[in-house]
Each structure stands twice: as C-alpha cells, then as structure tokens.
Design a protein around this ligand. Structure first.
Ligand code: NAP
Length: 264
C-alpha cells in the first residue's frame, strides 16, 4: 500500500509537535487530517502544510476535552467512509497552579480526551493500523506512592479500575488530601501515568485487529509547552511520535522514547 493511499489523523496539530508530525506525514505523501480546537488556527496550519507538501491536507475541528466534538468528528468520518491507518493523540495541556479545577481540566484533556477519541474512532480504524498516545516521562510511576504504583502497574487493572483511580486523584485534590494519599502535586504527571496505563490495558483488546497502540515520550522539546530552554528541536521530538506511527508489525502496549522502550 503506497503512502498516498494511507490516512493519518493528528490532534492538536495547529502548532508544536502535532503540527510537525502532520507536516512530516504530508511530506511522506500521507493523506493527513489535521485537527485543532480553533477553526482559524487549524485552517491556517492546514493551508501551510498543504502548500509545503504540495498536497491537500484536510482540516477538521476537534476539541478533545468536549465529548460532543469527538462524537461529531467520529460521525462525519464514518458517514464519509473514511478509514484511518494512523491516529496520533497529541493534543495536551499543562496548567499553572494546582487545585481541583486544574486537576479536572488536565485529566479531562490529557487522559479522557485521548481515551474517548480512540474509542470513538476505533470503528473507522483500518485493521493493522497504529494508535499513538503522546505521553511524557513526567508520567513515570515513580511520581506515585508505592501503593499507588502497585495499583497502576497491576496486570489485572481494568479500564474501569483505572477510571476509578483517576477519579480518586481528582477527589483527593478536592478534599485537600492528595499528598497524604500518595499522589504528586502534578495533575499533568498523573494524567500521563494514567495514559500509559490505558495503553497497556487497551493493547490486548486490539490485537485481534492487529492495531498497535503505544505511548511515546518526545523528550523535552522547544515548543510553547516545553519552552525555549528545552534541548530538543521540534524535528527531534516528532521523531519518537513518527516512529510509533509508522512502525509496521512492531510492538504494542509499550512506552517508548527515540524508538526505545522506557520504564514508566
Ligand atoms: P503545545 O505547543 O502547547 O501544543 C499543544 C497543542 O495541543 C496545541 O495545538 C493546542 O491547541 C492543543 N490542545 C490543547 N488542548 C486541546 C483540546 N482540548 N482540544 C484540541 N487541541 C488541544 O505542546 P507540545 O509541546 O506540542 O505538546 C504536544 C504533546 O506532547 C502533548 O501531549 C504534551 O504533553 C507532549 N509532551 C511535550 C513535551 C515537550 O517538551 N514539549 C514533553 C513531553 C510530552 P491550542 O493552540 O488551541 O491551544
């Protein structure tokens, strides 16, 4: 199958690592569906990628923190008969401060967003496709207490059990008890640890369709999120994402940086 007949959808692709990933896939002749939550910024990004790659890149509106936006996108892809070979769950946030609202919004965007989008798009994924969860080394299990670490890494953990754990974090923050209960003062870290656990839990379910799902850490990258002092260029950061998006018949259920398995 040539690249030009393969389709990839990238979230949060109006800037940063998502834009770079969309740009590189378009350069490699993929059909790219570039998504963003802001119409104007997303359209401008899609136009610039289209002009550079000399091929049309579609823009679709998608706010991953809004379940109705996810449902609308999934419905329209289904109606059009679109088949996705690659889904890159890239969109993510870090927020200033730490309280219940920060915990809620960060978890909704960085954990529930990719989870809901993946579930909604599974019916339009091609068998043999790849799903990439853009995670972070900040979600290492070492940020959690020993007891929580055991619960997150428990091989018997179900998706429902994981959701309960994640909700118990938000609840502990609300009660002002998160530190006493073994959680870090980082909603971002917890959201990414949960995303890694989700990947491990989801992978076996997708094996029958040969769909690979992996989490990747791009390293510390010079984007709006990473800041100007980060050591990695956009290109270097996007490499890890592209590696997991493009690998054929490779591993599933793992956490990788630079194409190498890393502990979490
Ligand atoms: P970035 O420059 O801040 O870009 C984040 C992107 O996500 C933007 O396009 C933003 O859109 C989008 N976004 C945020 N919330 C969204 C929502 N609810 N719906 C749709 N799009 C949304 O960040 P980045 O550095 O490229 O980060 C990309 C991914 O890499 C994130 O998942 C991040 O956690 C991960 N990561 C980054 C680093 C790093 O050093 N940069 C390190 C480890 C992991 P708007 O423009 O509308 O805000």
């Amino acid at each position: 199958m040539s690249n030009s007949s393969k389709t990839a959808l990238v979230t949060g692709a109006n800037r940063g690592l998502g834009l770079e990933t969309a740009r590189e896939l378009a350069r490699q002749s993929w059909q790219v569906i570039l998504t963003a939550r802001n119409e104007k910024k997303g359209t401008a990004a899609a136009q610039s990628v289209s002009a550079e790659a000399g091929r049309e890149v579609q823009f679709r509106l998608l706010d991953i923190a809004d379940p109705s936006s996810i449902a609308a996108l999934a419905g329209s892809l289904h109606e059009q008969g679109t088949k996705l070979d690659v889904l890159v769950n890239n969109a993510g946030i870090t927020m200033d401060g730490f309280d219940e609202q920060v915990a809620r919004r960060t978890i909704d965007t960085n954990f529930y967003g990719p989870m809901r989008l993946t579930e909604a798009l599974l019916p339009v994924m091609s068998d043999g496709g790849a799903i990439v969860m853009v995670s972070s080394g900040a979600g290492e299990l070492s940020i959690l207490s020993r007891d929580l670490r055991k619960r997150f890494s428990d091989r018997g953990l179900t998706q429902q059990g994981l959701l309960e754990l994640v909700e118990s974090f938000v609840d502990a923050v609300r009660r002002g008890r998160h530190s006493q209960e073994g959680w870090p003062t980082s909603a971002y870290g917890v959201s990414k640890a949960a995303l890694n656990a989700l990947v491990r839990i989801t992978a076996p379910r997708l094996e029958a369709r040969a769909i690979r799902i992996n989490a990747v850490c791009p390293g510390w990258v010079r984007t709006d999120m990473g800041g100007p002092g980060a050591p990695r260029t956009l290109r270097e950061g996007a490499e890890s994402i592209l590696w997991a998006a493009l690998l054929e018949g490779g591993p599933t259920g793992g956490f990788f940086r630079d194409g190498k398995l890393i502990p979490w």
